[in-house]
Structures are given as structure tokens and as C-alpha cells.
Write a protein that binds this ligand. Structure first.
Ligand code: FMN
Length: 305
């Protein structure tokens, strides 16, 4: 038997596998395929205060070893989520994390204020890093000051723990992580998608209606791993690794560099059983290696001799 429990300090998980926002709907859509209870935590699709349509189609384009998306955070808004989704999702007894979005800085605060009083939400993840909302691909997580201001504002607006989700579209990821920590974030998750584009040479048009989109999937894993490693060695708050996790070995790499948990994203779109398959592969690895506690593997990277 392997003890798979993870203590992030502000939340205890039955295992390190979390579903990444935007790739697992609001959770309920996946309940016919797997037992939601067995997942470490579910992060729901990003929520703005009001309902939102997202970007014009086409919004998805497959690339070698990954995909580009420009969904643009389509969503049902906080009221509908609280009334129609949350009560049903709470019944599964799995920790629920709400991914929070905002058009303006104070919208992040309004979303967490509204949802904080609702039963069943474990914590918030601040999506300050979506690259396909603004036409120029800019987002708060590209600036240390902008990151600091939003995290501070949100922390003043809720007593619940807050995870800040960072963008890889920056020169120095550690600078942004420090800002989030100084503003009081309880945890950091990274990476969101990498800003990209694709062109149809026949029509000479961009493949995405929004021109730019976010690259995800196995293609981005080495970048994600490098950034997680840098952030883990810079901040004290727990770090959650995201990016191209399709197999148990991928998740183990993130844990070894120091992530305390991981998120499974694009893999859910290909295999709805991915979170539990990855979990079983981790368990098998630990059993084979005689590791009795998953936490013993975290941050065990050996650099140098
Ligand atoms: C279709 C799609 C929708 C996404 N929507 C969100 C979202 O609503 N909020 C968010 O923070 N990240 C969103 N993401 C980013 C993922 O949560 C994740 O950070 C990213 O895809 C990298 O992980 P992966 O390579 O495992 O997919 C989305 C990604 C995809 C592919």
C-alpha cells in the first residue's frame, strides 16, 4: 500500500492528481466515465461574474504533440454555477477548486466575494494567465505589479485559500512568483498555456478565429518542468505543476522537481479516464520502488554528482 495523501498546508488531498481548469468542464460532465471521488481535487472551468460566450470559432487546432485553443473563457457565470452545479458537485465529496477570471481587476474580487459564502468550495485558483482573452495575448501574470495587485485584492476579499496560476509567457517566471507570494497567495500553480498561432497556407488565414491561441499538451512539458523547478527553488508556498502530463512518468517528473501536486489538462480531452490512469501508474511506480509515501518523492531531484 502506498500513502498517496498530500498536504498542501491549506488543503489536504487524497492524492496529488488535480484536474486542470477548462479541460474537465464543471466536473459533472465526467461523472459517467470515472468516480470523481477518486481524484485529488477538481478545478472547474474558469468563471467570470457573468455568463460569457468566449471567442469566435474556430477555437481549437491540433498541433504536433499538442493543441492550440482560443476558447476565451466561455462560461456560465457565478450565479448559475452556485445554483445549478455546486450543490450536485459537492455530493461527490471531492475537493472543489474554483478557477476565477476577471475582465477588470475588481471582477476577481467580486467573483470570490460572491462564491466565498457558498458551501463546498475548498479554495480558489486565480486565472491571471489566460493568453486568449485579450487580442494581444496580454494577461495580468505577465507583470509583477499587476500580479501583486490582483492577488492582494483577492486576498482582502476572501478568507478562503488562494492559488495563483502563472503564465509561461514571461522572461523571468521567478519575478512573478515572488510578487504573488508577497501579495499573500497560499499556493502557486503553473503553467497556463503558451501563446501561439497556426496558419492555413491554402486560405492564408489564421487557424484560429482569435488569431492567437494557447498551446498545451506534451509539447509544452519541458518548458513547464523547467519553470516549476525555478519557482519551487524561489518561493516557500506550495507549487502545483501543470503542462503536458499524460502519463504517470510525467507527473512523477513534476513531483521530483518539487511540485507538491499536479494538474492533468489536455489529456482529459483525449482520455476521460486519464486522471485515474495516471494515478495508478504513479502507484505502480512507488510499489515497484518500495516507496510507501508519495510525499517522500517530492523535491528529490539530484542535480550534479
Ligand atoms: C481547451 C482548454 C481550456 C482551458 N481553459 C482554462 C480555464 O478556463 N482556466 C485556466 O486557468 N486554464 C485553462 N486552460 C489551461 C489548462 O488548465 C492548463 O494550464 C494548460 O492546458 C496546460 O496543461 P496541459 O498541457 O496538461 O493541458 C485551458 C486549456 C485548454 C486546452
Amino acid at each position: 500500500m502506498v500513502d498517496l495523501t498530500i498536504n498542501l498546508g491549506f488543503i489536504k488531498l487524497r492524492n496529488p492528481i488535480i484536474t486542470a481548469s477548462g479541460t474537465f468542464g464543471y466536473g459533472l460532465e465526467f461523472s459517467p466515465f470515472l468516480d470523481l471521488r477518486e481524484i485529488g481535487a477538481i478545478i472547474v472551468k474558469g468563471l467570470y461574474f457573468n455568463e460569457r460566450e468566449g471567442n469566435p470559432p474556430p477555437r481549437i487546432f491540433e498541433t504536433p504533440c499538442g493543441m492550440l485553443n482560443s476558447i476565451g473563457l466561455q462560461g456560465i457565470g457565478v450565479k448559475k454555477f452556485a445554483e445549478e452545479i455546486l450543490p450536485k458537485l459537492t455530493d461527490y465529496g471531492v475537493p472543489i477548486i474554483v478557477n476565477v477570471c476577471g475582465e477588470e481587476d475588481d471582477e476577481y474580487a467580486r467573483v470570490v466575494e460572491f462564491l466565498s459564502s457558498k458551501k463546498g468550495i475548498s479554495c480558489f485558483e486565480l486565472n491571471i494567465s489566460c493568453p486568449n482573452v485579450r487580442k494581444d495575448g496580454k494577461c495580468p501574470a505577465i507583470s509583477p505589479e499587476w500580479t501583486y495587485n490582483i492577488v492582494k485584492l483577492v486576498k482582502q476579499s476572501t478568507k478562503k485559500p488562494v492559488i495563483t496560476k502563472l503564465s509561461p509567457n514571461v522572461t523571468d517566471i521567478t519575478e512573478i512568483a515572488i510578487s504573488a507570494e508577497e501579495a499573500g497567495t497560499d499556493g502557486i500553480s503553473l503553467i497556463n498555456t503558451i501563446l501561439g498561432m497556426a496558419v492555413d497556407i491554402e486560405t492564408r488565414k489564421p487557424r484560429l478565429g482569435n488569431v492567437f491561441g494557447g498551446l498545451s499538451g506534451p509539447a509544452i512539458k519541458p518548458i513547464a518542468l523547467r519553470m516549476v523547478y525555478q519557482v519551487v527553488n524561489t518561493v516557500k508556498v506550495p507549487v502545483i505543476g501543470i503542462g503536458g502530463i499524460f502519463k504517470g512518468v510525467d507527473a512523477l517528473e513534476f513531483l521530483i522537481v518539487g511540485a507538491k501536486a499536479v494538474q492533468v489538462g489536455t489529456a482529459n480531452l483525449i482520455d476521460p479516464l486519464a486522471p485515474l490512469r495516471i494515478l495508478n501508474e504513479i502507484k505502480d511506480f512507488c510499489e515497484k520502488k518500495g516507496i510507501t509515501k508519495i510525499e517522500d518523492i517530492i523535491g528529490t531531484l539530484k542535480v550534479g554528482d
